[in-house]
Ligand binder design. Structure first.
Ligand SMILES: *[C@@H]1O[C@H](CO)[C@@H](O)[C@H](O)[C@H]1NC(C)=O
Ligand SMILES: *[C@@H]1O[C@H](CO)[C@@H](O)[C@H](O)[C@H]1NC(C)=O
Length: 196
């Protein structure tokens, strides 16, 4: 019996640990990846996955470089549940040390960032540059280099946020229910194991 209780608590902790990062601050940029090459004049997806109940319903996206100051404002008030927005780039200075920032630019709180990637001249014929924008997702356009007076290239309307908010909440509940189910299942399974 002691072993059963011990094992149950162990699985409960495991299940809880796997659930927690999902529900709270968790943000991963899935595109671009390290070494991605974007070519000026093309359109590329920016994708992310994040915790569903962290209260981050919208964020802003900025483009920056490791070796130089200056930000390019890509998109404001992006609904986080969208998961992907496409970026059309034009005349962005070619360099191999770009990265994307996902943040609230109002108070500067950072949620996540992409690994380092390259932006190449429009005449480049890079191997890994096959653009694969997701046609069902919004596309924003970014032209030129850093400009201190620049405003965000695109601001998403609040109405969009309102609609997707419901989805976000539903997905939160789904993962909670799945998490609880897995806890119960593991508990039952470990109980059965002990009995055998
Ligand atoms: C940033 O935070 C402010 C204050 O909490 C909030 O009003 C604003 O909507 C946030 N911006 C985004 C893009 O979520
Ligand atoms: C393209 O691939 C070739 C061989 O695989 C490699 O030598 C070259 O550096 C690549 N070009 C770019 C721009 O990555």
């Amino acid at each position: 019996m002691d072993r059963f209780v011990f094992r149950y608590i162990y699985y409960l902790l495991l299940a809880a640990a796997s659930l927690l990062p999902h529900a709270y601050a968790y943000f991963k940029v899935t595109a671009p990846v390290q070494g991605t090459q974007w070519v000026n004049g093309q359109t590329y997806p920016m994708s992310w996955i994040k915790g569903v109940m962290d209260g981050v319903d919208t964020f802003d996206i900025e483009l920056s470089r490791l070796s130089k100051g200056g930000l390019m404002f890509v998109a404001k008030d992006v609904p986080s549940v969208t998961g992907t927005i496409n970026l059309a780039i034009q005349d962005v200075p070619p360099a191999d040390d770009y990265f994307l920032l996902f943040l609230n630019s109002t108070h500067g709180v950072m949620y996540g960032n992409s690994p380092q990637f390259s932006i190449l001249d429009s005449s480049s014929t890079a191997n890994s540059s096959n653009p694969s924008p997701e046609s069902a997702k919004p596309t924003v356009t970014l032209s030129g280099g850093p400009n201190p007076t620049a405003v965000f290239a695109t601001t998403f309307p609040p109405s969009v946020n309102g609609v997707v908010g419901g989805w976000d909440a539903m997905r939160g509940w789904t993962s909670l229910v799945l998490g609880l189910l897995s806890i119960v299942t593991l508990g039952v399974a470990s109980g059965a194991l002990t009995v055998l």
